[in-house]
Design a protein. Sequence first.
Length: 59
Amino acid sequence: MNKKIEMFDVDAQLDERFGKEGSETREAAEKRAEAFFTENQHLDSLLNSVQYNTSKHQH
């Protein structure tokens, strides 16, 4: 069987939702996304550190 793979344009979806690349609304959305990603990386690091430290002290 040959399945047809439907492709979609991610850039067009981003343009529609957040404005064209370089626009103020798109740049604001990108900054929010970057802050969200960075915060989650820090939380993951913190949780991993806590888990490592608590498992180290268990016998």
